[in-house]
Ligand binder design. Structure first.
Ligand SMILES: [Cu+2]
Length: 105
């Protein structure tokens, strides 16, 4: 039989851990007015970057020789960073749109 105290402990654990591991974060980058904002972010290995396109145009987050995330109007896309280093990305449709992710272990 679970006591009230035990139930609250379980609720607290569920809130603390949520759906993803406690150490993994989601970092949101807004895409609007032909720019990534913030343009430079810091992340840790295992974190997820989410781009939310609030612009009137479709965009991408593209790494030369690497991954590409399509960002249609009003949509969002994610990438989970899996290794440490600096990742420079740009928009394939508007190559002057640039962003940088600095990933630490
Ligand atoms: Cu673009």
């Amino acid at each position: 039989m679970l006591s009230k105290r035990h139930i609250w402990t379980l609720v607290a654990l569920a809130l603390a851990f949520g759906a993803t591991p406690a150490w993994a974060e989601t970092i949101t980058v807004t895409v609007d007015k032909m720019a990534f904002s913030p343009a430079e972010i810091a992340a840790k290995v295992g974190d997820t970057i989410e781009w939310v396109n609030k612009d009137k145009f479709a965009h991408t987050a593209t790494v030369k020789g690497g991954w590409e995330v399509m960002l249609p109007v009003g949509k969002s896309g994610t990438v989970t960073v899996e290794k440490a280093g600096t990742v420079d990305y740009f928009c394939r449709f508007h190559p002057n749109m640039k962003g940088r992710i600095t990933v630490t272990p």
